[in-house]
Design a protein around this ligand. Structure first.
Ligand SMILES: Cc1cc2nc3c(=O)[nH]c(=O)nc-3n(C[C@H](O)[C@H](O)[C@H](O)COP(=O)(O)O)c2cc1C
Length: 249
């Protein structure tokens, strides 16, 4: 899977229009792909199911929803974000449109003792409906999310998707380490309650870590990843969640 290439193509289909139908082969391939997805932490049990969109509260015109269930321990939200983004990028490669859908609820809030976390709505789309020029997408400028040498990575990873486009990340490049922080502007209140923002932003950070690793690999960097617990309650602006010690291949 060339994940990097799909970063430029993926987008959120907030409403699915002019959809095609997924064939049983495409659904089987998706299921096979899902089995190959790599977690950040393989000690957290997860299950990923595919159900018709109409069996959920998501009404965006998708054909199916991919439901993520997890043990709610350690950094399970970030783990789901990391796994889900692999699927989001795979879907783009197959001309399957996707929408991370935080506000949705499935019929079953538990599966085999695992709690529901989030869903992605999907539908087969014509190839020309995908993103044509990623650089036109609305995002924070690079200077706001990255300090130090950008390595040709910051310019791309800044297009990572996030809930309500909050982009809750900041990276500091020390010259040998990328220090990755979850960022929350103190006092800034959006439309979502603070605990909801934190919930989604923790998923966003997992999405971001997968994108960052994809970009590092594309630019021929090897890296060693160290993960930190994300324990703060947002009284602190920046929470260090990961460190990537990198070097050129
Ligand atoms: C964790 C997460 C949850 C999201 N939840 C919703 C949602 O509930 N409703 C919605 O319309 N879009 C949702 N989105 C889509 C974002 O609004 C979208 O990714 C962001 O605006 C960037 O746009 P792009 O994905 O087209 O690049 C969600 C995205 C993420 C990553």
């Amino acid at each position: 899977m060339d994940y990097y290439k799909q970063i430029f193509k993926r987008k959120s289909f907030h409403i699915f229009k002019d959809t095609d139908t997924l064939t049983s082969d495409e659904i089987q391939e998706l299921k096979d792909f899902i089995k190959s997805v790599k977690p950040l932490n393989d000690e957290i049990k997860t299950e990923i199911c595919i159900v018709p969109e109409k069996e959920t509260t998501c009404k965006r015109g998708g054909e199916f929803c991919i439901l993520f269930y997890s043990e709610t321990k350690d950094e399970y939200l970030r783990n789901i974000g990391y796994m889900g983004e692999q699927i989001d990028l795979y879907l783009a490669s197959q001309n399957i449109g996707a929408l991370w859908f935080g506000i949705g609820k499935p019929k079953d809030m538990q599966v085999n003792g695992l709690d529901y976390v989030i869903m992605i709505s999907i539908a087969k789309m014509p190839a020309d409906k995908f993103r044509k020029d990623m650089f036109k997408s609305k995002r924070k400028p690079t200077s706001e999310i990255w300090n130090g040498n950008t390595l040709g990575i910051a310019e791309i990873v800044r297009f990572t998707p996030s809930a309500c486009n909050t982009q809750p990340w900041i990276v500091e490049n020390t010259g040998c380490d990328l220090m990755v922080y979850r960022f929350k502007k103190p006092g800034k209140r959006g439309i979502m309650p603070a605990d909801k923002v934190r919930y989604y932003n923790k998923i966003d950070m997992g999405i971001f870590l997968f994108m960052l690793e994809t970009c590092l690999e594309h630019e021929n960097y090897t890296y060693e990843r160290t993960l930190f617990l994300d324990t703060t309650d947002d009284s602190i602006e920046q929470t260090l969640i990961a460190k990537y010690t990198y070097s050129n291949k």
